[in-house]
Design a protein around this ligand. Structure first.
Ligand code: COA
Length: 256
């Protein structure tokens, strides 16, 4: 698939996806969503990556929401279908096998905030602003914001911000646990985290992501999932290497 709304650059085993619709403040239109689907559903797994960074083009926004210009044509059925598609694509990101980190330097609103929340971690610059302002449009969040925001910041504050549509500045987002770090050079911090995680066992990283996500997936028994994968991990070559390296007082070599 030819990318028209996203840019993908790969450097030193890190895939950097840039939402490239600066004039619309990187609003997530159909094209952006289809290209995210292609990247996380097919293409990125074919590359030798340690992690993925998602960011927005230009100075102002990570992404200022779903593309509002596409809303007028929707009815009940097509609106629900749009929401279901967003849920599915963002779930692919959330369950991706290597760390996916959102780097947010401006507005992350509506679907932009939801995309950031689907990533495994969020690093903001001091100018970042978060929010679920859909209520101003007579709408509710549609890409799982009503589900992920309370998990990240707790129900009380999630209700407050979803009902008021107020923006959350970077320091408050950090205090609430919505972002992992606030850094002037957020990309450098994301790169540092990805490179640190790349030293660990890749199968253990993948399994940790899936087990943590299983905890709050109502269709799964998170505890049973952990018990099963823990046993399989203990019997794996990767674990044998990790434990041998510890006992032999050397650095583990997980990537061969
Ligand atoms: N969808 C489509 N276009 C959008 C957009 C969105 N979610 N957010 C911003 N844009 C467009 C604007 O329409 C404007 O286009 P124009 O230059 O053709 O008029 C351009 O991006 C710049 O936005 P503008 O509103 O002029 O910038 P601002 O600095 O004054 O305000 C925001 C920035 C983010 C506060 C404001 O754009 C906004 O409230 N956006 C909508 C946020 C939202 O409700 N998101 C949830 C959608 S479900």
């Amino acid at each position: 698939m030819e990318l028209t709304s996203l840019l993908l650059e790969v450097e030193n085993h890190i895939g950097v996806i840039t939402i490239n619709r600066e004039k619309s403040l990187n609003a997530l239109n159909k094209s952006v969503m289809d290209e995210l689907d292609f990247l996380f559903g097919e293409h990125l797994a074919t590359l030798d990556l340690y992690g993925v960074i998602i960011k927005g083009a230009g100075e102002k926004a990570f992404a200022a929401g779903a593309d509002i210009t596409e809303f007028m044509a929707l009815d009940t059925a097509s609106g629900s279908a749009l929401s279901a598609k967003g849920h599915r694509i963002f779930m692919q990101i959330e369950n991706f096998h290597i760390p996916v980190i959102a780097v947010i330097h401006g507005y992350a609103l509506g679907a932009g905030c939801e995309l950031a929340m689907a990533c495994h971690m969020r690093i903001a610059t001091p100018k970042a602003r978060f929010g679920q302002p859909e209520v101003n449009l007579g709408l509710i969040p549609g890409y799982a914001g009503t589900q992920r925001l309370p998990l990240l910041i707790g129900k009380s504050k999630a209700i407050e911000y979803t009902l008021t549509g107020d923006m959350i500045d970077a320091n408050e987002a950090h205090r609430l646990g919505l972002v992992n770090y606030v850094e002037e050079d957020a990309s450098a911090k994301a790169t540092e985290l990805i490179n640190k995680i790349a030293q660990k066992g890749p199968i253990a990283v993948k399994n940790s992501i899936q087990a943590i996500n299983a905890f709050y997936d109502g269709s799964k028994d998170g505890a049973a999932f952990e018990i099963d994968i823990f046993g399989k991990s203990l019997a794996s070559e990767e674990c044998k290497e990790g434990v041998s390296a510890f006992l032999e007082k050397r650095k583990a070599n997980f990537r061969g």
